[in-house]
Design a protein around this ligand. Structure first.
Ligand code: DOR
Ligand code: ZN
Length: 337
């Protein structure tokens, strides 16, 4: 096949940041995606209805001209939220995002102790209101085991709150793939970089700061498990890029910021991966239909045609170095309608 048409592509985990960075990165996603789930880890985090509404407006201003792009908003989880508070902003958000405190960029205000009783009132309110919970599932244990260690927390949340949709964000391990099968209310997003790289690509040779992210890429068998469910578009998994832009100086420095910037090349890379594995017929479900079903959303019409034509990845977008900067990818965006 030399051309692929994708309808209503969705990126169900995206960092758009704010201000100048937002101006640079938001139009790149709005060009090829119908919608994206926007993460709330700004400084300060998005924790009120006013903050959600104001941030959504700044995003829409930044993507002016792309009327066919919907920023699906999230609220930064806090165990102090009660049902009345959540009810008021129910229609302004698609999900809440829970970060363990300090686990990643701008997550200091996250959950410090996974004491179910402390979390219960908010999680029960979310279940009743039908608001999904997106989770950054890592402990602060040994870096290669952080996600696997978190599986017991996912299992407890899933069994204690059976009516709560829980999305395990950016899964990187075989353990997470296996857990998906055990609880009906567990779902997952998968990034494109975790389908491509392992820890070897990050730190096996010279250190590659632009591939450093949280959760860190894992072992070949973990990548194989992710590829397996993504390529067959398992109905409980969906694409979420976790594209996380940082300025070049914050990546190429001592104390490298975590995040891989893939937004402008995500569809081209996915097309290549699914093509190489003879699975192009499942790409539509992975990049759109599954998310529509899981979240019950109906995005604006957009049709993206990808063509088998070399695409030279720019060295930079503004101050941000993308994954595979300066390299040539086999697939390009042909047209967007
Ligand atoms: O690598 C990451 N970068 N992982 C996250 O969870 C957050 C993100 C960011 O916001 O930079
Ligand atoms: Zn993220």
């Amino acid at each position: 096949m030399n051309g692929v048409i994708l309808s209503m592509p969705l990126d169900m985990h995206l960092h758009l940041r704010d201000h100048e960075m937002l101006e640079v990165v938001a139009p790149l996603t709005a060009h090829t995606f119908s919608g994206a789930l926007v993460m709330p880890n700004l400084v300060p985090p998005v924790k009120t209805r006013d903050a959600v509404i104001a941030y959504r407006k700044r995003i829409l201003d930044a993507v002016e001209g792309h009327n066919d792009f919907e920023p699906y908003m999230t609220l930064f989880f806090d165990a102090s939220y009660d049902k009345a508070f959540l009810q008021e902003l129910r229609d302004d958000i698609l999900a809440l995002k829970l970060y363990p405190a300090g686990i990643t960029t701008n997550s200091q205000g996250g959950v410090a102790h996974f004491d179910i009783e402390t979390l219960r009132p908010t999680l029960e309110a979310m279940s009743e209101l039908g608001i999904p919970l997106c989770v950054h599932g890592e402990t602060n244990g040994f870096v290669m085991e952080r996600e696997t260690e978190f599986m017991t927390i996912y299992a407890r949340l899933a069994s204690e709150f059976p009516n709560l949709k829980i999305i395990m964000e950016h899964i990187t391990t075989q353990a997470a793939v296996e857990l998906l099968e055990l609880y009906e209310n567990l779902y997952a997003t998968i990034t494109v970089h975790h389908l491509l790289i392992t820890l070897d690509d990050v730190a096996g040779g010279l250190m590659q700061p632009h591939l450093f992210c949280k959760p860190i890429a894992k072992r070949p068998q973990d990548r194989a498990a992710l590829l397996d469910v993504a390529l067959r578009a398992h109905p409980k998994v969906m694409f979420g890029s976790d594209s996380a832009p940082h300025p070049q100086h914050a990546k190429e420095s001592c104390g490298c910021a975590a995040g891989v910037f893939t937004a402008p090349i995500a569809l081209q890379l996915l097309c290549d991966i699914f093509d190489r594995h003879d699975a192009l017929e499942n790409l539509q479900a992975f990049v759109s239909t599954n998310a529509e079903n899981i979240y019950g959303i109906c995005p604006a019409f957009k049709e993206v045609t990808l063509i088998r034509q070399p695409f030279l990845v720019p060295e930079k977008y503004g101050s941000v170095v993308p994954m595979y900067a300066g390299q040539t990818l086999p697939w390009s965006i042909g047209s967007v309608q």
